[in-house]
Design a protein around this ligand. Structure first.
Ligand code: ADP
Ligand code: ZN
Length: 455
């Protein structure tokens, strides 16, 4: 039975009997979770000064600071953040393999690289303490979403360099969950393990979770029969409509999880039980939202590019990293009691934006429309080409299994309505190709949604 305790007035710690309240509190960084807004800012000021001093030990930042005439000891408060230089993905690539490393090689216990979605991957290094802190962030993220040590957790993302594997793994173990490191792919085995070991929590990319569900439906199996309680989904953008569709199919609750390798990986921001934006762990990351064109701070609550600074990483602090992810900060208080501010669902990456016939479109806008329809499946592909010197967009989307009742006319008229709805959303007419369930390439990790064949 779950015991319920209260620590610091508002963080409710539930243990499941095998570990003490104090031990759990330590494991998940309870003292950070329970910080007031003032305590967070005070901590950030000290942590930023430490992080900048540490960064200055790397060849990359020591040179950059010197060129700017910046003395690390000038950074005394979190408000000094704007005195510091921005760091771009290109800077990370230039500093490859190890120009941002600040410690002796013998202190490094692990490295990861990014997935390389947009080019050459970047390498990130960790000391033992860094790995420990990351596991703590992950454990508290899972905890605040409602996962407990008596849950059985199946990790359905790739292990190896991809941070979603070991990142979630260490966090779930730290929380004391029963961890099944199933890894990416092998859908039949995933289904078997979930059933046989009564898995209650899964971690996957939304596109893979959708793929598993559709495979089951095609085989006449019901994803609800798996009995999964919650799904931690992230590593790629997805819409509220995609969340809803997955929840309807599986009967579980989906929690949005955001992270990037440059900031460790998952565990940067995570939804609590209210699921109204992702609490960003402000003791570990200092967040800014900037206008990506002017590089000036965005207005309060405005959407812009998220810029993050590591506050608790030793081997490789990164200062003002331009994530290229577009979101906004939600500053109003969350009723869960956690004072760490929230990030809204990502609109996408700034480099995901498509310019079609002069119109800006995010794949997420298209997904939003497609996922509203129950007769459509969860997999789609956006194809861009040129015909008669004009951009053409074709959206290929799978229809749901059993949605075709034998009448092509009905299907044509549904397609016509969908085309109109899409036009209202994106401002121009796209071709829509309805394809059979299971016929588009399935993803085991991050889905590739766009194929651009324009010259
Ligand atoms: P890469 O940048 O090469 O894809 P990563 O595996 O580090 O390598 O991916 C991090 C990126 O994944 C983030 O910058 C973001 O664009 C995307 N991402 C991660 N989690 C989410 C999420 N919950 N919602 C939207 N995008 C996400
Ligand atoms: Zn909350």
């Amino acid at each position: 039975m779950n015991a319920k305790y209260t620590i610091d007035g508002f963080i409710h710690i539930h243990t499941t009997g095998d570990i003490s309240m104090n031990e759990l509190h330590d494991r998940i960084g309870g003292r950070f979770m329970a910080m007031s807004t003032d305590e967070i800012r005070e901590w950030q000021s000290q942590a930023l000064a430490r992080s900048v001093a540490q960064a200055a030990k790397s060849p990359f930042y020591s040179e950059r600071f010197k060129n700017m005439g910046l003395d690390p000891s000038d950074i005394k408060s979190w408000e000094d953040i704007t005195k510091l230089p921005l760091t771009s993905k290109e800077d990370l690539r230039l500093s490859y393999p190890a120009q941002m490393l600040t410690v002796d090689q013998e202190q490094v216990i692990r490295m990861h690289t990014s997935s390389g979605t947009t080019g050459k991957p970047t390498a990130i290094f960790h000391t033992r303490e860094d790995i420990d802190n990351w596991a703590e962030l992950m454990a508290r993220s899972l905890y605040q979403a409602g996962a407990r040590s008596n849950d059985v957790f199946q990790n359905m993302t790739g292990y190896g360099m991809f941070t979603g594997g070991l990142g979630l793994h260490y966090g779930a173990e730290r929380l004391g969950m029963w961890v099944i490191p199933a890894g990416a792919g092998n859908t039949a085995r995933h289904i078997m393990l979930i059933r046989d070991f009564h898995v209650t929590v899964i971690h996957a990319t939304p596109s893979y979770a959708m793929h598993v569900a559709e495979r089951m439906l095609q085989e006449g199996d019901d994803p609800k029969s798996l009995g999964i309680k919650m799904a931690v989904l992230g590593a790629e953008p997805y819409t509220e409509e995609m969340r809803q569709k997955l929840q309807d199919i599986y009967g579980f609750k989906v929690f949005n999880s955001y992270g990037l390798s440059e900031m460790n990986g998952p565990g940067v921001a995570f939804e609590c039980e209210n699921r109204n934006g992702m609490h960003l762990w402000e003791d570990s990351y200092l967040a800014e939202i900037i206008n990506p064109d002017t590089l000036q701070p965005a207005g309060e609550g405005e959407v812009g590019e998220l810029v993050l600074t590591t506050l608790r990483r030793t081997a490789m602090p990164i200062i003002r990293y331009r994530t290229r992810d577009l979101t906004r900060i939600i500053a109003d208080k969350c009723s869960c009691g956690c004072n760490h501010r929230r990030l809204a669902r990502m609109v996408g990456r700034s480099d995901d934006m498509l310019i079609v016939r002069g119109v800006n479109v995010f794949p997420s806008q298209i997904e939003e429309v497609l996922m509203r329809h129950k007769w459509l499946g969860g997999n789609y592909l956006i194809n861009l080409s040129t015909a008669a010197a004009l951009d053409q967009m074709t959206v290929k989307v799978e229809i749901a299994k059993d949605a075709f009742d034998g009448s092509l006319d009905t299907l044509r008229s549904k397609r016509g309505e969908l085309q109109k709805e899409l036009k209202e959303q994106i401002g121009f007419t796209a071709q829509i190709e309805l394809v059979e369930s299971g016929s588009l390439p399935a993803s085991e990790g991050k889905a590739k949604r766009v194929i651009d064949e324009r010259g």
